[in-house]
Ligand binder design. Structure first.
Ligand SMILES: [Zn+2]
Length: 376
């Protein structure tokens, strides 16, 4: 029987958040960063230990006072989370512990994209994973689409990929699994994950840019994931970047989608019918068409990064996704284009490259569920 996530008082909730983001913290460090008195800290931690959310893992004797301070980290095996990433033809699932570590992965093809059918399929995947992971307590479903809250209910307002409009999908999955369920735009979920458990850990502001089949952007401002008024924040796929280039397919010439998506690089390279990986290989071997396509993609990426920096003024831009070979193959072009687009300003922008596995999309769903349970 799954235990339901407990309602936590603010002190406990914030202490747990600090522990999750930092991995391991001493009581003294938690008290200092939250400004808690000794008595408040004791009360906050007692609740977390009672719910088996955190465990003691030794003692820190380096503290400023010289007094030993117990070290705490998230428990394992007591609270587990299911993340699901939906694409138009496949479902990816990841089970994580409270610290966001992946315990199991699963993927299968999607039978049909109708909401009822997908809710049934997620319910079946949950049943299957629950056999080995009975501690599953919540589900986070990340999908390409606009997710927003309407009258307290999470709604997928639109997902052209899945053919959905106004679908209360979280409620449908909850109904079938009995588990607290959250839906989230996939790029916003990835941003949330990187912010707590990745390149952005501990930052108050951050922009995430994903490159791959598509281009996405997520924003952390004031320590929170921003989603925009309609759940559409970061829809930069058709940002004008170079001008005068090939038509992206919807009438823009020279937008980000004219150069940067992986299938477009394949086409611009003149190797239609090849896979993206093959075109990467061709570029590495000096194929002129492939190199030119990556250079153009690099110029577009530099302009996208500069726009992100101008709008958000983040402490770092985290760059990730299947399309990272663009940065690898056209690094100096990206940097040059970024510098040119930032002019006349000369302050440097920190770009952090985060290696990527596709399973990270599913893991991000689980991390989003953890954040939501913690009121983030
Ligand atoms: Zn366009």
């Amino acid at each position: 029987m799954t235990e339901a996530w407990p309602a936590l008082p603010d002190g406990s909730r914030l202490a747990l958040r600090e522990i999750l983001i930092h991995g391991v913290l001493s009581r003294a460090e938690i008290a200092r960063s939250l400004g808690l008195s000794r008595a408040s800290l004791t009360r906050a931690m007692r609740i977390l230990v009672a719910h088996r959310l955190v465990v003691e893992v030794g003692t820190d004797v380096r503290g400023a006072t010289g007094r030993p301070s117990e070290l705490l980290q998230a428990s394992t095996g007591v609270w587990e989370f299911l993340g699901v990433k939906l694409t138009k033809d496949r479902l990816y699932a990841a089970v994580t512990d409270l610290g966001g570590r992946v315990l199991a992965l699963h993927e299968e093809s999607i039978a049909a994209t109708a909401p009822e059918s997908l809710a049934d399929q997620i319910s079946a995947v949950t049943d299957r994973l629950r056999k080995a992971h009975p501690a599953l307590c919540a589900v986070g479903v990340s999908l390409p689409g606009d997710v927003l809250s309407r009258a307290g209910e999470s709604i997928v307002a639109a997902s052209p990929f899945l053919g959905w409009r106004d679908v209360p999908f979280a409620g449908m999955v909850l109904e079938r699994t009995g588990l607290a369920t959250f839906t989230v735009n996939d790029v916003h979920a990835l941003t949330a994950k990187e912010h707590w458990f990745g390149a952005g850990a501990g930052r108050d502001s951050m922009v995430l840019v994903t490159v791959g089949e598509g281009i996405g952007l997520g924003l952390i401002a004031n320590g929170q994931v921003s989603t925009g008024e309609h759940g559409r924040l970061g829809r930069i796929g058709h940002l004008p970047v170079l001008g005068g280039g090939p038509d992206c397919g919807v009438g823009h010439s020279g937008c980000a989608s004219s150069y940067l998506p992986s299938p477009v690089i394949v086409r611009n390279a003149g190797h239609e019918g090849s896979s993206y990986e093959q075109v990467v290989e061709l570029a590495r071997n000096g194929d002129a068409g492939a190199l030119a396509a990556f250079e153009d993609a690099g110029r577009a990426l530099g302009a996208v990064l500069a726009t992100a920096a101008h709008i958000a003024d983040p402490s770092a831009i985290v760059l990730t996704g299947d399309g990272l070979p663009v940065y690898d193959l056209a690094r100096s072009t990206v940097d040059e284009s970024l510098r040119a687009a930032l002019a006349p300003y000369t302050e440097p922008v920190t770009v952090q490259v985060q290696p990527f596995e596709f399973s990270e999309w599913a893991r991000a769903g689980a991390v989003f569920a953890i954040r939501r349970l913690l009121g983030e």
